[in-house]
Design a protein around this ligand. Structure first.
Ligand code: 4UV
Length: 484
């Protein structure tokens, strides 16, 4: 029990203790051990085979940091936009910007020009990294963005950059030396990234995640009860296949950064297609899979995904949308995975993202739960009718508090105050209950947020699309014309 201004309540605390916030910035934290893994692969594109080792990645990121400051003329606190699918250069661009103290906002490359414009104009983006296919979109919107100065193109084979003011990413990097910028006075409380989320209501808002928010969440995940590889002598043997996008906080912090700080090899795909995913399973023999429920459903129901393709997998984490008990059971049955716990992570962009995770020792009777509170995280479940704290097994809105919770919404104090109350509770807009063992179950949402394959989809956009499409059971949009 605890006392607050609102009276006595039920405070739920983590079984795993508290967490110390590392007094470092993301660059110092993420690259701390890179020399140990120097020539091992850090990130590889599953389609093209383009790959960076940890050492190559470290130096390329520093060169990009130097280019942003010394050539493009950005300074600490400016904002760079990434309009890119998953590819190795994504990692270089984002960690280069972070090292230079520049804030990164990332955007879904499937967005319409107006959606990209809205985010980039709101964030005051000054420079954007993109691919040739998306250059026309960017050239259409960038003249309307007030302080926009430079576009950088990865793999500009298909465009003649001499006819455009855009510059080539690889040339830019190779013309700068990796002077060490890691100490450029970046504080843990500075903003590192600015992803957009609609939160509990309204249009997408910039979520200010600090260096401390991101790295404390990695520390919270790195607990012997929560992470298979804590204490392993060399996690760099592990191969992770993730098609989940880096423009979403799950892909960026829980997958990319979490893998990098442990020296693991991440295989990326720019786009999900059944063929590409199967090819990567066969070719790379991953030991870890990060999924969303619709991807699990695909693997369970698609006859071409053979059980032997997952023979090397030791760890599977699902998140961003609910995985039901029956989906987990069918998946385990098909792939003979009775010994593996399919673990669920729960969180929000606003919490960097992870708040709850299924611990390694969870019994299968807990399948369908989103796990237990990470260390250093507190929660309450409050009645939707009275606001009173709920006992075990009674549902209500989930409130969470911890050092991973965002600094606030960008230029939007009113929305920040609506979402984080005076006592620091983040109001999630999710309806949950907990059981006697401290496991949480998400059962509904009170907020407007709509998700398709784990990605946020905004109400007005869905309104428009529903006039032309409907969702089938696999959460795929089917054009209405084809139905009739
Ligand atoms: O803001 P966002 O788009 O953020 C996310 C975060 C996902 C993850 C994934 C793996 C993790 O380990 C982790 O910590 C976080 O999707 O959307 C936030 C909303 O998505 C729903 C819920 O409505 C959140 O408020 N959501 C996220 N994870 C789950 C979920 C889940 N496991 N089960 C049910 N709903």
């Amino acid at each position: 029990c605890y006392s607050s201004a609102a009276g006595k309540g039920i405070l739920l605390q983590s079984d795993y203790g508290t967490v110390a916030v590392p007094q470092l910035n993301v660059s110092q934290f993420i690259w701390k051990d890179y020399e140990k893994w120097g020539d091992k692969p850090m990130v590889t594109c599953g389609i093209s085979g383009k790959s960076y080792t940890f050492e190559q990645g470290r130096y390329a990121a520093t060169r990009f940091a130097s280019a942003l400051i010394n050539q493009i003329g950005l300074k600490k606190g400016d904002v760079v936009g990434l309009l890119l699918p998953n590819m190795p250069e994504y990692v270089i661009a984002i960690h280069g910007a972070i090292e230079a103290g520049i804030i990164t906002t990332f955007v879904n490359p499937m967005y319409t020009p107006e959606e990209v414009y809205r985010q980039f104009a709101d964030a005051d983006v000054r420079c954007c990294v993109t691919i040739p296919e998306l250059l026309p979109l960017l050239e259409k919107i960038s003249p309307r963005i007030k302080n926009y100065t430079q576009t950088v193109v990865v793999n500009p084979r298909k465009v003649d950059v001499s006819k455009s003011s855009a510059i080539d990413f690889d040339q830019l990097i190779s013309s700068h030396s990796p002077s060490n910028l890691a100490d450029s006075n970046i504080k843990p409380s500075d903003i590192a990234v600015l992803p957009y989320s609609s939160g509990t209501t309204g249009l997408p808002k910039g979520v200010m995640l600090t260096h401390a928010n991101l790295i404390v969440n990695l520390e919270q995940l790195h607990h012997p009860s929560m992470c298979t590889f804590v204490g392993t002598t060399d996690a760099s043997q592990e191969i992770t296949l993730s098609v989940l996008p880096f423009f979403h906080i799950y892909g960026f912090n829980a997958i990319l950064n979490n893998n990098m700080r442990q020296g693991m090899h991440l295989v990326t795909l720019p786009k999900f297609t059944p063929e590409n995913y199967l090819q990567c399973l066969i070719k790379f023999k991953p030991t870890q899979l990060y999924v969303v429920p619709s991807l699990m459903l695909f693997m369970t129901s698609h006859p071409s995904v053979k059980p032997e393709y997952l023979a090397t997998v030791k760890e599977i984490v699902s998140g961003a949308a609910p995985s039901t008990k029956s989906l987990i059971a069918n998946f385990k049955n098909k792939f003979y995975l009775s010994k593996i716990t399919i673990r669920q992570g729960y969180g929000m962009t606003e919490s960097s993202p992870c708040v709850l995770l299924t611990p390694l020792d969870a019994k299968s009777s807990k399948d369908g739960s989103v796990g237990k509170l990470l260390k250093g995280t507190e929660a309450r479940v409050v009645s939707l009718n009275t606001g009173a704290d709920q006992p075990a097994h009674e549902s209500g809105e989930l409130l969470v508090r911890g050092p991973q919770v965002m600094k606030g919404y960008w230029k939007n104090d009113a929305a920040t105050k609506e979402t984080i109350d005076a006592e620091g509770w983040l109001h999630t807009g999710d309806v949950a209950y907990y059981d006697d063992d401290g496991y949480f179950f998400i059962i509904d949402r009170t907020k407007e947020l709509i998700k398709v394959k784990g990605n946020q989809c905004y109400g007005w956009e869905v309104d428009k699309k529903l006039k032309m499409f409907r969702l089938n059971e696999q959460e795929t949009l089917i054009p209405l014309k084809r139905l009739s």
